[in-house]
Design a protein around this ligand. Sequence first.
Ligand code: ATP
Length: 279
Amino acid sequence: MTPSTTDAALGVGTPPKADIRFEHVDVVYPNGFKGLDDINLSIPAGEMVGVVGLSGAGKSTLVRSINGLVRITGGEITVGERQLSTIKGAGMRELRSNVGMVFQGFNLAKRTTVLNNVLVGRLFHTSTWRTLIGAWKKDDVELAMDALARVEILPKAYTRASELSGGQQQRVGIARTLAQRPSVILADEPVASLDPPTSHVVMRDLQRINQELGVTVITNLHFLDLARRYCDRLVGLRSGKLVFDGIGADADENVFESIYGRSLTAEDVMDAKPVLDES
Ligand SMILES: Nc1ncnc2c1ncn2[C@@H]1O[C@H](COP(=O)(O)OP(=O)(O)OP(=O)(O)O)[C@@H](O)[C@H]1O
């Protein structure tokens, strides 16, 4: 779906594209556990990157370090012009307006409408008094509607979020992020709570947003077949270390075994018939 109004509304005024660079990045948690260990990674604007690895490998830590939800303890992450090691206050707010996030649990306000949930994406760009009394600008409402159209859920704009299915709620979560007009979307296990068909729908939404709007998408995924199918590039982590960085389509069973340190099992792929052989 590529209506010109949607492209215009979501494209005009979008913040400059941001390349992302990890240089010798460490994350040591307060209990002394090393979540990331000397990560070096360069993600040019516009890529769709899947982060894979065993449970506990550091996938969420890596994704969340990009918007400062997890603070790095060594090295440097650069997002556009901003450096994560020193960022705070207004700099952090500006970074987070440019780097949107989609959550596993959707994080919607269930008792209000889909449209109101998506308008939350405009908070970064809206004065406090307007937010408090719900006096959204016409342009913001239009932008929110465009974001809902982008994930094909516009007819639900005035439905309460609690009345939507899990897949629909995640699409609202994506629309909310899109309404921020970010140049980067981080998706932290976006399909972990969804059934297989719905997971594909949500992954296709993210892929379309990446391809049509040029938004960088970085997502950690439990299922290898999903990661390989939808992401141009895969980053493999093992015990906080980068052990693979390559083209998704090139990642065969041997690559996955090197990331996992064991043979693949049915638990590692979403579809009953592994999609690993599909391409
Ligand atoms: N706040 C914290 N304090 C201490 N250790 C933490 C904290 N958060 C995460 N960890 C540890 O860091 C490691 C990496 O966690 P992370 O959530 O990034 O892994 P993951 O690959 O996303 O795992 P999963 O697939 O299970 O979500 C794990 O061993 C985890 O227990």
